[in-house]
Design a protein around this ligand. Structure first.
Ligand SMILES: Nc1ncnc2c1ncn2[C@@H]1O[C@H](COP(=O)(O)OP(=O)(O)O)[C@@H](O)[C@H]1O
Ligand SMILES: [Mg+2]
Length: 234
């Protein structure tokens, strides 16, 4: 579904990710894991068109999307839920969700999407009329994901879903990605919570100072001595 080959990208002409290659097949949960500053967010930004690749090729559903504007990439069904949620704090939960569906042309499809989202996140239905800023951190993160789902993506890219959440919430919020995947949405997740991400992912890539240094199934990487030492504190 997504194939990234030899991607270099960065800021103001200075690359921070180098020659990154990975792929995501339909139906998979793929994780990109690594420490703070490794370049995970930059990779997602390059894929979703927010940062222009310096070199490399990005193919989505067989089509070269490198250099396309972000909105064009979104309308192909590749949706990026950015780090830090970016909700409209003063707007209601429902209005935030409806904004996520602005690319959906058909009102019937919007209500189908809303029904699905409320099934996955019943709490958002209960709180539909509340301002987004009144939600807890975990609920806000769920709203950010739900808003991404409202456009009915084929591939959902989620950046650091666990960031800023209390440890007891991290598992619950991340488990939502497994649920979304079961409903037929392919998932590319980026996480600093390496252990949990590897437990959930079908396959994963370890990014270190801008380069992919390891890849394999989640299970293989969980058992890899370098991963254990660097990320699992063993
Ligand atoms: N907007 C930006 N301008 C300049 N440098 C940036 C910007 N965003 C990130 N960087 C730098 O790029 C590197 C990779 O950052 P990032 O992709 O955010 O890593 P991660 O998501 O893995 O924490 C870091 O050194 C960071 O300081
Ligand atoms: Mg990041």
């Amino acid at each position: 579904m997504l194939r990234v080959e030899g991607l270099s990208a960065g800021y103001d002409g200075v690359p921070v990710v180098f020659d990154v290659s990975f792929e995501v097949a339909e139906g998979e949960i793929v994780a990109i894991v690594g420490s703070n500053g490794a370049g995970k967010t930059t990779v997602l930004r390059a894929v979703s068109g927010l940062v222009r690749p310096m070199s490399g090729r990005i193919e989505f559903m067989g089509r070269d999307i490198s250099g396309l504007p972000a909105h064009a990439i979104t309308s192909l069904g590749l949706v990026h839920v950015p780090e830090g949620r970016r909700l409209f704090a003063k707007m209601t939960v429902l209005d935030n969700l409806l904004l996520g569906a602005h690319t959906v042309p058909d009102e019937k499809l919007v209500s189908v999407a809303l029904g699905e989202v409320y099934e996955i996140f019943p709490v958002l239905k209960e709180r539909a009329g509340q301002k987004a800023e009144t939600l807890s951190g975990g609920e806000q993160q769920m709203l950010a994901i739900a808003r991404g789902l409202m456009s009915r993506p084929k591939l959902l890219m989620v950046d650091e879903m666990s960031l800023g959440l209390a440890p007891i919430l991290v598992d619950r919020v991340l488990d939502v990605l497994t649920e979304i995947s079961k409903r037929g949405v392919t998932v590319l997740m980026v996480e600093q919570k390496v252990e949990k991400a590897l437990e959930m992912a079908d396959r994963a890539y370890v990014l270190q100072t801008g380069r992919v240094v390891l890849s394999g199934t989640g299970e293989e990487l969980l058992g890899h001595p370098d991963v254990k030492k660097a990320y699992l504190g063993m």
